[in-house]
Write a protein that binds this ligand. Structure first.
Ligand code: ATP
Ligand code: LTN
Length: 340
């Protein structure tokens, strides 16, 4: 069975509908997907099956799934150039995850940083799905023969695990069933930190009030959050990784404006932290205001959004099904040609 026909490299990435998207998701993921849309053949997924690996509210999942999809389009993902779909609409993801489960040693999963962190936070409510999360993510990536997986720094280990699973299965089966993917991590703002604690990654599931700047926050809220951002007691405004809070603000500013580090240091020469915080807020507001306007237009017509997602799922399934059948075949399954 053939692999991808296009000469373009293939990209796959995803976001969980697990909370309100923040500027870390935008700078670490969405902005880069949008910027390189023409260069690649793109698949962008809303990973709802991943979102239920931690305790969640069933009555909110549907709405959150639509919100993330609407945010993809509002940020500039174009359905004529990228396939956008919901993971659970393409059942091949869960099916391939099972096959991969049976070829992934427990020890590999026990080493995952995200599992260690989240299982620590959720003592007493740690489900098998949380442990198995990286295998489902490997299925997401391998189903589309993705060459490139653009993610924030926090997800690099999961993409490396995907490579290990694919390589070990390919060698065990004696054929190249799966394409080996590469992680792609943005140079700037790969890891946006929480404004209230610049040693912790900004995260959707952290609910302290001044932790994250939401993509749907109002301008005055954004200004307030940046003003309260934790910084040190120094004075000079320089990129210095040891000064976590300051470095985080400067990286956000750099990524929002696209200016060089030298130009930014020159711009803030002689200015104070108050000026920096106000200017980071202004740069953020002017970047996300047009996104918020498009988001409102898209969410005003939920039926049109659902139609786009249905089309996306059909296009995704056409690719995913070929890979799944190739895997079943290589792993020795008897496959009657059943109609779905
Ligand atoms: P959760 O808190 O529910 O785990 P999250 O905020 O970490 O959510 P994800 O859905 O896990 O968000 O991630 C979506 C994408 O955003 C991934 O590519 C991830 O690497 C990126 N990302 C998430 N948080 C940050 C961050 N603070 N800085 C840069 N990139 C990030
Ligand atoms: N684990 C990722 C979300 C995710 C993903 C993927 C990213 C699920 N499947 C496939 C890239 C490719 C996260 O961002 N937390």
């Amino acid at each position: 069975m053939t692999k991808k026909p296009s000469s373009k490299q293939r990209v796959l990435s995803g976001v969980q509908p697990s909370g309100d998207l923040h500027i870390g998701n935008y700078l670490g993921a969405l902005k880069n997907w949008v910027d390189s849309q023409d260069e690649f053949e793109n698949f962008f997924c809303i990973v709802d099956l991943h979102a239920i690996t931690v305790p969640y509210e069933p009555s909110e999942l549907r709405e959150k799934t639509r919100e993330v999809a609407a945010m993809y389009f509002a940020c500039g993902i174009d359905p004529s150039r990228s396939v956008v779909f919901v993971q659970s609409h393409v059942s091949e993801h869960a099916e391939l995850a099972w096959l991969l489960n049976c070829a992934t040693p427990m020890g590999w999963l026990g080493r995952m940083h995200q599992y260690k962190e989240k299982s620590e936070q959720q003592k007493g409510q740690v489900f098998v799905g949380l442990f198995d999360y990286p295998v489902l993510m490997a299925a997401d990536i391998l189903l589309y023969d993705a060459d490139r997986v653009p993610v924030g720094e926090d997800q690099k280990q999961h993409v490396e695990l995907t490579r290990d699973i694919a390589q070990s299965l390919n060698s065990r089966l004696g054929q190249s069933v799966f394409t080996i993917p590469q992680p792609f991590i943005p140079g700037v703002a790969a890891r946006v930190m929480g404004l209230d604690d610049p040693k912790k990654k900004m995260s959707k599931s952290t609910s302290t009030p001044h932790h994250a700047v939401g993509l749907l926050d109002e301008p005055k809220t954004i200004l307030k959050k940046f003003k309260r951002a934790v910084t040190d007691s120094g004075r000079s405004i320089r990129f210095d990784e040891e000064r976590h809070g300051l470095h985080n603000l400067l990286s956000i500013y750099q990524s929002m404006t696209g200016e060089t580090a030298e130009a930014i240091e020159a711009h803030f020469e002689g200015k104070g932290y108050g000026d920096l915080k106000r200017e980071v807020a202004e740069a953020t507001i002017s970047r996300i205001e047009p996104i918020q306007k498009r988001y409102r237009e898209i969410t005003d017509d939920p039926a049109a959004l659902d139609r786009l997602l249905l089309e996306g799922a059909e296009r995704a399934r056409a690719v995913a099904n070929v890979t799944l059948e190739r895997a079943f075949d290589a792993m020795g399954f008897l496959r009657p040609r059943l109609k779905k």
